[in-house]
Design a binder for this molecule. Sequence first.
Ligand SMILES: [Zn+2]
Length: 243
Amino acid sequence: MNPQEEIYLHKLTRREFRQRMQSGQLQACILPVAAVEQHLEHLAMEHDWRSVNEVARRVAQRLRPRVLVAQALMVGVSEHHMVHPGTLSLRPGTFLAVVWDLVDSLIRAGFSNILVLNGHGGNIAPARAVWDQLLRQTWRNVHFLSYWDVLTQDDARELLRSGHRLPEDLPGHAQEFETAIALAAFPENVRQEALTDQKDPTPALASPQTGQELLQRIVDRLTEYVKQMISGDRVAPVPPYHP
Ligand SMILES: [Zn+2]
């Protein structure tokens, strides 16, 4: 891989990174955050990490060489899944401390536009609770967005056979949405026998075609989102201070 074309921050040497940043070429960084947790009987526990990285990779490839992916945090807030052994969970404070430190590292590396791209529902409430404070402290264009946030109610109605709605039903834990994305992008993570042989029948409604279409729409819209961050048309507003 030509280092000018590389999309993963950790694959670069310090010199390659320095040269690309100093030349003004690097304009945004995507920091995927996810979870390692049970996904019913049929999906591998890495699902949230795998899916958000798939989306981040495709967006960065579309915007190459302006955007890097910092693949730095695989786990998230999953206490609500700990009854299923194998789930790995961070306490909310730990998760936020790590995200904050990673954002700070990216800012010190020279990025002004940072998209924290989320792949796990349990991370949303903790992040929302502190985002104002993070913006006040960093004064940078730092966004927190779940990758399914760019879909609409019409997308769900058109594509999902399970009748799941937006935004309240997405991503829908290991349901049709997540299963379809796995079938489309990393089918080795779906155990076919377990998919049809479990109490909940809705994950089996998923198809790879649905997953491809969902991914296409997500990647198209997120690419546009990051482009707008770079152009200055989408700025995370620093909330007002008390007078
Ligand atoms: Zn999930």
